[in-house]
Design a protein around this ligand. Sequence first.
Ligand code: C5J
Length: 223
Amino acid sequence: MAVIAADPYEFAFDPAHTALVIIDMQRDFLEPGGFGAALGNDVALMRRTIAPTRAVLEAARRAGLLVIHTREGHRPDLTDLPPSKRARGHLPVGIGDRGPMGRILVRGEPGHAIIPELGPLPAEPVIDKPGKGAFHATDLAAILANRAIRSLLVCGVTTEVCVHTTVREANDRGFECLVLSDCVGSYFPDFHAAGLRMIAAQGGIFGWVAPSAPVIAALDPPP
Ligand code: C5J
């Protein structure tokens, strides 16, 4: 077992039964000129997660962890897009419309792709999810069950939306989730801070929070 200091108390995980889950690190959310930026958001707040997430990803690969990537998006014909989600926000350019990097949140479009810094290897499952949570309407639960995964190390964006929804879903399914504080990000610093506090509050009501450094050290034991 690896044991690391975390909030609200030590997080113990067996790497053989742990997956790294990287949520929605997509060009449209993180790149200047993408959908998020076009809505007036400061993508620098999200981009600060790239380097630490890359370091965790490399450590996880060295340690042989199951690595899972997710992407939020929809079928090109939008048949899996709830009308409520499409209408929400009254955006002049919204999901399915042509945006700065192709049709927004549509699978196969340039903006839907995972940023090149964190590109998946061929053996790493990519979960295409139509919702905020990575368990909703996907085969993530089956993949984790088939690999006897019990613990999740969680990175990605945004802290208070897709990361939070996924961690809540995972918690209700019995997974132990550690959210890596420097590897999750939001356009809203106050939501990010509150989101992390909410994970670890009340004795870890949804899971644990820790920075990436001790996780990398635990995955890379000294020779
Ligand atoms: C994610 C969103 N990935 N904020 N999506 O958090 O709409």
